[in-house]
Write a new protein. Sequence first.
Lengths: 337, 337, 337
Amino acid sequence: MTLTLGEIARHIKAELYGAPEYEIHAINTLQKASTGEISFFSNRRYLTWLKSTTASAVILSKEDRELCPTATLVVDNPYLAYAFTARLLYPEPEHKPGISSSAHIDPSAKIHSTAFIGPHVTIGTDTIITENVFIGAGSVIGNNVIIGTNSKLYANVVMYDGVKTGERVILHSGVVIGADGFGIANNKGRWVKIPQIGSVVIGNDVEIGANTTVDRGALDNTIIDDGVKIDNQVQVGHNVHIEEHTAIAGCVAIAGSTRIGKRCIIGGACGISGHIEIADDVTLMGMTGVANSIKESGVYASVIPAMDVKLWRKNAVSFKQLHTFATRIRKIEDNNQ
Amino acid sequence: MTLTLGEIARHIKAELYGAPEYEIHAINTLQKASTGEISFFSNRRYLTWLKSTTASAVILSKEDRELCPTATLVVDNPYLAYAFTARLLYPEPEHKPGISSSAHIDPSAKIHSTAFIGPHVTIGTDTIITENVFIGAGSVIGNNVIIGTNSKLYANVVMYDGVKTGERVILHSGVVIGADGFGIANNKGRWVKIPQIGSVVIGNDVEIGANTTVDRGALDNTIIDDGVKIDNQVQVGHNVHIEEHTAIAGCVAIAGSTRIGKRCIIGGACGISGHIEIADDVTLMGMTGVANSIKESGVYASVIPAMDVKLWRKNAVSFKQLHTFATRIRKIEDNNQ
Amino acid sequence: MTLTLGEIARHIKAELYGAPEYEIHAINTLQKASTGEISFFSNRRYLTWLKSTTASAVILSKEDRELCPTATLVVDNPYLAYAFTARLLYPEPEHKPGISSSAHIDPSAKIHSTAFIGPHVTIGTDTIITENVFIGAGSVIGNNVIIGTNSKLYANVVMYDGVKTGERVILHSGVVIGADGFGIANNKGRWVKIPQIGSVVIGNDVEIGANTTVDRGALDNTIIDDGVKIDNQVQVGHNVHIEEHTAIAGCVAIAGSTRIGKRCIIGGACGISGHIEIADDVTLMGMTGVANSIKESGVYASVIPAMDVKLWRKNAVSFKQLHTFATRIRKIEDNNQ
């Protein structure tokens, strides 16, 4: 797709310093962009590249305009404006409706005529595939599932029986929604499996990354609210409730029955215990361990950052004595008074 | 399914305070249960809900009976009794035997007439599928595999060549059993792949959660003993041996050649080094790092819990000096004597 | 396959102490090897087993020869020699070329006549499958993909549109290459998805373990260079660049736009932040958290090892006061002077 700088500026509400009729056909990094390509500047560590960019135009903030050697589109939030520009230049391709001859669809399932069902897809009884849904090759959709309009499942997604999604949901390959939660009761040293009779309910505009798993509830449902974005390889335990517009980076583990509030940002590889609550607007730095409820919004962390292994060995040993330091320092302070 | 309170009480060996002929058709949480539904009380944090429950009956301990406004079933272990009740009310649905016309099965494979083989399944040479096995859509079973009776594989499971399972094994979607272990030898800065010629042997009554991976052994087999329960997204390295009735929560990483004893409980997102041994009856709290063998049963932990990011920054810096604190405190103590 | 000790010794350039015509048909551990089987000794913790081995021959270092009760093959690096011996005794089975009748292949795709395309595979438009490539059952290959010669994809691998691999690449089951990176921009509390228009480029001789995910780039490509080995359940974020001959153990999380140098060894379950650089020849111990660039080669660590939970509780509490210890000790030292 080709757009003029004027069209882009109007779309992102930018002040344009450059020729409005100039044609842009691609977006690229400051480093690599060339003639006919637009770029953006939102991270000061790439300042050198801004100064030497060969992009035809750059989206940036007012205070950086003078540093840029080419046409500029001035906005308040260049990263967001980049997002809108990229969506304009690279619209999601429309799929052709139709059902692959190799798909295996139960006669009781209702597939809307605008939906696309890929090769080797399996769809169970009484499942409803609504308007404009795309189901990639090899995906397996259980019984009594409802997939909301304009949703897209990439290849090899699995949805267990009874799962429901809202509209415009995106599920990437390898996602498994609705597998049994980890419900076991101990009977004299042996485990008794507890039937997981809840389901999973996913809201509108949710995106879930590759190989992420969301377990079905034990009794109630596991719930993911509108606008939640989840990256790859995240584990969401049974009866977890993730509230609106929270974003969760890759490899996070969320144990059962925990509630995560609205607009949280969970960094990669965090571990969150079960049966706790995390307030709205909480940010967790990567690899944070959360063992107890977090009741106030704010930024939290707990990871010990990498250090030379020799230093680490000494410190790790000292860590085991850490509680003695507190009492010993106190005692010295008392004696010294 | 509908059962009377009397039938349930007999099944879970409960003392019933209520009408034995009262009919129960579902199980639900204390909060949500309504007429005709049974619930249970095993976690004191939900005491408010017990007192106000609208369930028709509640499974609980003797000491809590007076707090409950409705019929009660008194048992020693309410959580276990809930498990048994749920299994009674929600029996695993029986599958119809049969082989989907879209399954691709090698003529040398032996499929028992009571087995179900779903759509788009692939089964390799000389593989044996025994009585009453269920293989979900899209699963791929290699050559020379044996799957024990009454086992259930959900959709899109992969078993590599030569893998063997016991009876009543449950494998959830996305599970991969028998991929090559991470065996590489360094040759002047380049890696040489080592053939992984062992296999994976899984015992009876093992359940493995969605997207978990269990690698085949390098020479010997990787072994998972009877009654082991593994949650989602766990990685089990080559030649690991997990002994009977151990439970492993989600996102745990277990490196190669490690042995985990009987009846252990491994919390979520733990990391366990290779070539070590963990004794029987060890419990690891979530996110614990295990670098050395654990020789005694007990509870272990190591995670630093989340704190405000400003506090964390100061403490993380101090951590690097931790070993100096020990010597400095000792010196002060010596001088002060 | 059966080989003589003489043939093996020549292949691994070993000094043979034993009968060159003796026939070996298998490789096994020191513990389990019996007549006709060869073993190796490279880890001193298994010394007892060396002394009592019933293997017919053992690959080992010069200094260990006297301890071994049977024929020996003396080399400088027994582990590497074991790798070469195993490759000799267990060559990768050759596949028959051919396309399964149940595969769904777009007419515009080019499949080389020597390639094998398994059951229920889907291949998109304009994709190129080169000589001797093996694609396992249920794999889904998008549009405009190129898979280099002699590559092997196990069952249920997914490659999104536009992904390119080099030669001799191995992708294990459940691998997802080229799913969208986690690119979202915040717009007044809601997330706007950013199109991920880069791709993934994988070099020669790369192996990627089961259920690992490698995201496509936002603008540029995500790049994995020649000889990189990645274990299971690793997450590689968008625009990550992993340089030659780096090995990454299971469950590592690598956030976006990070560069990892050549010949690094990343232990299991490490977490690596985005937008940082890790120098060549860096080793990370398992569960290390890397928040900042590592500029010098060396060994790094940060995990707190497991301890008794009572001790841990006290130390975890003290950790929150850690920064006060530094100042208090300093103050005492100053006063004591």
